[in-house]
Design a protein around this ligand. Structure first.
Ligand code: CLF
Ligand code: SF4
Length: 312
């Protein structure tokens, strides 16, 4: 059930008061260390992942998000085109021949994987044909509570939820609108719904045995003072790990600065009070294929058959 979150503060506890900060633990994802490049610190450069771009739609609008179809930009939200679920299965089969180290099939866009049914269907098909591969989804979390059980039944083991703020006042400046129950909501109302949905979705996913990572896009001037609060709230909901991605300034936030190294380090230190921090993110495209940070096979995989893509 979705409940709204009361604003919280993270001031250091007064003398004699209990310290509510939690001790970060790697226990919840230790079993993934050799199987998943984004849920391990040491094993990051060993297992590979493929992202199958089956999800064209999104149900919210982040002010920094500009989705695109091309083969040159190295960032999330970009793919060469959209695959159907069956095309995605065939693509995984060919990818395994190019890169036998593939251990994870992820769906990370280019829109939100839960905004349409394509991702769920793809996971069902992939899991039936390649049960040894780990299925991973990255979502804004708006519909996670509703779909967590179906994701788990389809073989998904790991979920990333992008949580850029847990206070409507902050999130209202980052997220322009949210489609909820066929209505487009804006401002504090939209932010309140999204935050509540994300935390409910995390709780439900964790209760079902899924391992949850948080992605946070660090935006200087908007949420850089708010990182610890996001880590605290998501850790309390059951998340295991947090990844802080520096803003790529574009769309409505095109004039915002890229975080400096000092700002990124300060944000990671603040988050680390509550959650282990993943530090090896490569800002993968929605059609990436290979070992993150190593050779990417997507060009070999797709470029000769672009015309088969059904752009959505
Ligand atoms: Fe993909 Fe994301 Fe799964 Fe990894 S990526 S859906 S959790 S399999 Fe990883 Fe790439 Fe960073 Fe994402 S390096 S952008 S955190
Ligand atoms: Fe873009 Fe993802 Fe935000 Fe949707 S949730 S607007 S795809 S960044």
């Amino acid at each position: 059930m979705i409940q709204t979150l009361e604003p919280t503060t993270l001031a250091a506890p007064r003398a004699g008061a209990p310290d509510q900060r939690v001790t970060p633990s790697h226990d919840a994802f230790a079993h993934l260390a050799r199987r998943h490049p984004c849920f391990s610190q040491d094993g990051h450069h060993k297992p590979g992942r493929i992202h199958v771009p089956v999800s064209p739609l999104c149900n919210i609008q982040c002010r920094f998000c500009k989705r695109a179809f091309n083969k040159c930009e190295e960032r999330p939200g970009v793919a060469r085109g959209i695959l159907t679920p069956q095309e995605a299965v065939d693509t995984v089969a060919r990818a395994l021949k190019l890169c036998p180290e593939l251990a994870v099939v992820g769906i990370a866009g280019p829109g939100d994987p839960l905004a349409s049914g394509h991702a769920l269907e793809t996971f069902r098909l992939v899991h039936a044909r390649f049960p040894h591969l780990l299925c991973c989804v990255s979502t804004n979390g708006l519909l996670l509570d509703e779909h967590a059980a179906a994701l788990a039944a389809a073989g998904v083991e790991t979920v990333t939820v992008t949580v850029n703020a847990v206070h409507p006042r902050v999130l209202g400046k980052i997220c322009a609108n949210v489609m909820f129950q066929d209505k487009q909501l804006e401002g504090a109302e939209a932010a309140t719904i999204l935050i509540a949905a994300q935390l409910a979705g995390i709780r439900t996913a964790v209760a079902l045995g899924l391992v949850v990572k948080i992605n946070l896009v660090l935006i200087p001037g908007l949420n850089d003072e708010h990182v610890a609060e996001v880590a605290r709230a998501t850790a309390a909901a059951g998340a295991s790990l947090i990844n802080i991605l520096p803003l790529i300034p574009q769309y409505e936030l095109a004039n915002y600065p890229v975080p400096t190294c000092d700002q990124l380090n300060a944000a990671r230190a603040a988050a680390e009070e509550f959650l282990p921090v993943f530090r090896h993110c490569k800002h993968c495209r929605a059609d990436a294929c290979g070992i993150p940070g190593g050779k990417d096979f997507a060009g070999q995989l797709y470029d000769r058959q672009l015309e088969t893509f059904s752009h959505g």
